[in-house]
Design a protein around this ligand. Structure first.
Ligand SMILES: Cc1cc2nc3c(=O)[nH]c(=O)nc-3n(C[C@H](O)[C@H](O)[C@H](O)COP(=O)(O)OP(=O)(O)OC[C@H]3O[C@@H](n4cnc5c(N)ncnc54)[C@H](O)[C@@H]3O)c2cc1C
Length: 269
C-alpha cells in the first residue's frame, strides 16, 4: 500500500502529469513533476474533452472543472458532411441538468488551468529524464544534466515518445499508422457557432474538421492518411516528428496535398 508519506515523481508536465500531480498533492503526497522543456508547453489547438474526461476533472476538483467549463464551450451538435458539404448525419447530445457536457476547448486553456491548481514548488523544468534504477527501497532517476532524484514511486507521463516506457516495458513499441494532421485556430465566430463540431468525412476517416471553441475562436484540422505497409512496430516505428509551425512561407506546403482544390473557403489561405 502507498503511504501518504510517499515521495512520488512524475515525468512529463503534459495534461496527464499535471492533473496527476494535483490529485496526489491534494491527498497529501510529496510530488515532484519533471519536464524536459524550459516551460510547460501550452501550444496546441482545439481539443474535444469528452464527458468521461470532464467527470474525472470534476471528481478531482469541482472548482478546476468549473474553470475548464468557462474556458471552452459545450458541444451542442456533431455534423458529418461529405466533401461536397452535404450533410450525411448529425446528432445533438442532450445533457440532463446534473450531467457534464463534452467540451470543445483550446489546449492552452487546459494546461494553464491545471498549472493554476498545481503548487508551483512541485514543478521542475529543464529536467530531462534519462534513466531509472530501481531497488527494494525505492527508485533513483538520472537526468540528462547529471542530476538525480530519489523517491518511492515514479510515474511516466512523458507522452507518445515515452522514455520511461522504454525502461518499464521495453518490448512495447508504438507503431505509426500513417496519419498526419495540419491544424490551427482562427478568430472566427461565423463558420462554427454555438458548440458546433463539423467533420468532413472521406474513405476510412476524417478529411477535415472545424469546431467552435467559444470566445470567438474556431479550430480547423486537415488529415492525411497515408497507407502503411505494416502495422507491426518493428516494421513501422513512429518517426520522430517535430511540429511544423505554419507561416506564410510554408503554408502552401501544408495545403499542397489535395486540400488546396477542395473548397473555395481554402482560397483564403
Ligand atoms: C505541445 C503539444 C501540443 C499538442 N497539441 C494538441 C492539439 O492541438 N490537439 C490534440 O488533440 N492533442 C494535442 N496534443 C496531444 C495531447 O495533448 C496529448 O496526447 C494528450 O493530452 C495526452 O497528454 P499527456 O500528458 O499524456 O502527454 P503529452 O501532452 O504529450 O505530455 C508529455 C510531456 O512529457 C514531456 N516529456 C517527454 N519526454 C520527457 C523526458 N524524457 N523528460 C521529461 N519530460 C519529458 C513532454 O515535453 C510533454 O510536456 C499536444 C501535445 C503536445 C505535447
Amino acid at each position: 500500500m502507498v503511504s501518504s508519506q510517499c515521495k512520488i515523481g512524475v515525468v512529463g508536465a503534459g495534461s496527464s502529469g499535471l492533473f496527476l500531480g494535483i490529485l496526489l498533492t491534494q491527498q497529501g503526497y510529496q510530488v515532484d513533476i519533471f519536464e524536459k522543456f524550459p516551460d510547460v508547453r501550452t501550444d496546441g489547438c482545439g481539443i474535444l474533452l469528452v464527458t468521461s474526461g470532464m467527470k474525472a476533472l470534476q471528481a478531482g476538483s469541482r472548482q478546476l472543472c468549473e474553470k475548464i467549463m468557462a474556458a471552452g464551450t459545450p458541444v451542442s451538435n456533431f455534423e458529418f458532411r461529405n466533401l461536397k458539404g452535404k450533410l450525411v448525419n448529425s446528432s445533438s447530445p442532450e445533457y440532463s441538468a446534473d450531467e457534464l457536457p463534452a467540451m470543445l476547448i483550446h489546449r492552452k486553456a487546459i494546461l494553464e488551468t491545471l498549472l493554476e491548481f498545481l503548487p508551483a514548488e512541485c514543478l521542475h523544468l529543464n529536467a530531462e529524464f534519462k534513466s531509472i534504477t530501481q531497488t527494494e527501497a525505492g527508485v533513483t532517476v538520472d537526468f540528462q544534466d547529471g542530476s538525480q532524484w530519489q523517491g518511492d514511486l515514479l510515474v511516466g507521463a512523458d507522452g507518445l515518445y515515452s522514455q520511461v516506457r522504454e525502461f518499464v516495458v521495453p518490448s512495447v513499441k508504438p507503431f505509426y499508422l500513417g496519419d498526419l494532421v495540419w491544424r490551427g485556430i482562427v478568430n472566427d465566430d461565423t463558420f462554427c457557432t454555438d458548440g458546433n463540431f463539423i467533420a468532413y468525412v472521406r474513405g476510412r476517416g476524417i478529411y477535415a474538421n472545424f469546431f467552435d471553441l467559444g470566445h470567438g475562436l474556431t479550430h480547423w484540422g486537415f488529415f492525411v492518411e497515408q497507407e502503411q505497409e505494416s502495422t507491426r512496430a518493428d516494421l513501422t516505428p513512429i518517426p520522430q516528428f517535430e511540429p511544423i509551425h505554419l507561416n506564410e512561407a510554408n503554408s502552401y506546403q501544408a495545403f499542397n496535398y489535395d486540400f488546396i482544390n477542395w473548397n473555395s473557403l481554402l482560397s483564403i489561405c
